[in-house]
Design a protein around this ligand. Structure first.
Ligand SMILES: [Zn+2]
Length: 185
């Protein structure tokens, strides 16, 4: 006997039923429950981060009595990411607001996904809402997180262009000479 589907279990969502009743759900998940996303953040600065999320099912009627199945998904989380300039944590709000369409099988999903701007998913798989939210948040992460103004002045060597990172041999030599002169004097 098949277990009865539970459209209000946020983790395993029966998408067709959820859309049919225009279901709405919202909640918070601790960042720690999303391992891949947690690994993208600075661990000690993000331990209490919460992912706020909101999901809404929708049936969009088509001519002839059929209907399209849609999921409106919103989520946001405040993460401490590693600034790519000074390497200190930088707080960023990562947010998404997406419309996802569901079709009966993978083949249709693949064909439509290539054709439409909206994401198209297949109803064949039981939808894990948390996994979906995590996937979408990972895609929404900034590519190069960094402070608008880094809190610490950068050490001189790092403030220069990467091409200048190697010490100039003449400068090193001058430094040695200077120390030698001071010691001799
Ligand atoms: Zn910075």
């Amino acid at each position: 006997m098949k277990p009865k589907s539970r459209p209000h279990d946020p983790l395993k969502l029966d998408m067709a039923a959820f859309a049919a009743e225009h279901g709405e759900m919202a909640g918070d998940w601790p960042l720690a429950s999303m391992q891949r996303l947690a690994e993208s953040a600075v661990p000690e600065a993000s331990t209490d981060a919460l992912v706020h999320w909101q999901a809404r099912g929708e049936l969009r009627p088509l001519a002839g009595g059929a209907a399209e199945i849609w999921l409106q998904l919103k989520a946001d989380v405040r993460l401490a990411l590693c600034c790519q300039r000074c390497l200190a944590p930088v707080e960023e709000t990562v947010a998404l607001d997406r419309s996802l369409r569901f079709v009966p099988d993978e083949q249709q999903a693949a064909a439509l996904d290539a054709e439409l701007e909206d994401d198209v998913l297949s109803l064949e798989r039981v939808l894990d809402l948390r996994e979906l939210v995590e996937d979408e948040l990972l895609l929404a992460l900034p590519l190069v997180p960094r402070h608008a103004h880094c809190p610490q002045p950068l050490p001189l060597a790092e403030a220069q262009e990467p091409a200048d990172e190697r010490p100039n041999p003449f400068a090193v030599l001058a430094g040695l000479k200077g120390r030698g002169g001071a010691g001799a004097g």
